[in-house]
Ligand binder design. Structure first.
Ligand code: HEC
Ligand code: HEC
Length: 308
């Protein structure tokens, strides 16, 4: 019976450690913040119904394609990523699935005043204008025109966006994902010579330099961030970086909840490939310990029976 008592004490302390100390340590390492709601409540909706046909015309006249590609509509990028980063600090993202990635209310706000929607007012002003200009309309009712552009972007967006696409278009202009061969200037092609490799690395370094001038810091490679930060943190951080890292240079990106889950799924696919395997292994390990404990107990009984 003494052994059972000892076992009981061991279990008790394990539970105390698990439920008492672990959450405490967690709360110390990750300060508490409100979980993401993806409602973007600071943004007032336009209250207008957009017309996608008119939106297509306005989009063509608004100059968006002077900076952005829309590959699904055969509108190529006007510059290569490095040249674009020299002009704008960062390569403007492709807009093929913008209508599916971004919250419609946010999308309207970003068209009207990007720095404000992205929560970068503290970094840009008249003396240091944001690289994407505010849209002031093409002559009609501004809010109606913005609603039309949003309707157009929604009409060309695919119903379902692949996790990798979501990452590339929403994060890939600032963040590398080296474990999946994604670089801010695009995927690294297969190289045959050291010279080609060096040229690619030079372009990458130039882009990073421009990005650093623009943001003040280099965004990290996100290959392993899903492990160091975890699902919840990344999700909440994407919804509102300022809420979690005050004064951070990372803009709010305005993704819908669904698109955010796609991005996190991609980060899990890349950074935590063994997750499923590890989780399915857990119960087996427990089972092993239980069987082992039973055997040890039986063996002990047998030994002591012979002694007495
Ligand atoms: C002078 C170049 C330029 C023009 C013109 C321009 N953009 Fe942009 N746009 C940018 C840059 C640069 C970024 C990336 C900024 C960043 O990530 O900090 C951007 C980002 C965006 C984003 C992503 C926002 C986010 O939250 O990640 C959307 C959507 C967008 N632009 C739509 C448009 C639309 C629609 C138009 C036309 C009305 C337009 N842009 C015109 C340069 C431009
Ligand atoms: C316009 C550039 C830009 C875009 C777009 C962008 N980020 Fe960032 N991100 C940054 C910068 C800059 C930092 C470094 C912030 C700092 O150190 O304050 C950062 C930091 C991070 C971090 C680290 C936060 C931490 O706790 O240290 C994560 C995670 C992250 N970004 C995820 C994302 C994801 C996911 C997306 C796409 C949904 C994204 N970022 C889009 C610029 C960007």
């Amino acid at each position: 019976m003494r052994e059972l008592k000892i076992l009981g004490v061991v279990i008790l302390f394990t539970l105390i450690t698990y439920w008492g100390v672990e959450p405490f340590a967690h709360s110390q390492m990750h300060a508490h913040h409100e979980p993401a709601t993806f409602k973007y409540e600071d943004i007032t909706p336009l209250g207008k119904k957009g017309n996608p046909q008119r939106g297509a015309e306005i989009f063509a006249n608004a100059g968006c394609t002077g900076c952005h590609s829309v590959k699904s509509q055969n509108l190529p990028a006007p510059m290569d990523p490095v040249a674009a980063s020299a002009s704008y600090g960062v390569n403007p993202p492709d807009l093929s699935d913008a209508g599916a990635l971004y919250d419609p209310k946010y999308l309207a706000a970003v068209i009207k005043n990007p720095a404000h929607a992205m929560k970068l007012d503290h970094k840009f002003n008249e003396n240091r204008p944001f690289p994407m200009p505010n849209f002031y309309g093409v002559g009609g009712d501004l809010d109606q025109e913005v609603a039309d552009i949003v309707a157009y972007l929604q009409s060309i967006a695919p119903k379902e966006v692949e996790p990798k696409e979501a990452f590339v278009n929403a994060c890939g202009r600032c963040h590398d994902m080296k474990y999946d061969n994604w670089y801010v200037i695009g995927p690294k092609p297969k190289m045959d010579t050291e010279l080609e490799e060096a040229q690619f690395n030079l372009k990458h370094a130039e882009y990073q330099e421009n990005l650093k001038k623009y943001l003040g810091t280099n965004p990290p490679d996100l290959s392993m961030y899903i492990r160091s930060r975890g699902h919840e943190y990344i999700r909440d951080f994407i919804e509102d970086p300022q809420k979690i890292l005050h004064g951070t240079a990372m803009p709010r990106v305005g993704l819908t909840e669904e698109a955010t889950e796609k991005v996190v799924t991609y980060m899990e696919n890349v950074g935590d490939r063994k997750k499923e395997k590890r989780e399915s292994l857990g119960p087996l390990v427990l089972l092993y310990f239980i069987i082992f404990a039973l055997l040890a107990y039986a063996w002990k009984q047998k030994v002591w029976r012979d002694v007495h």
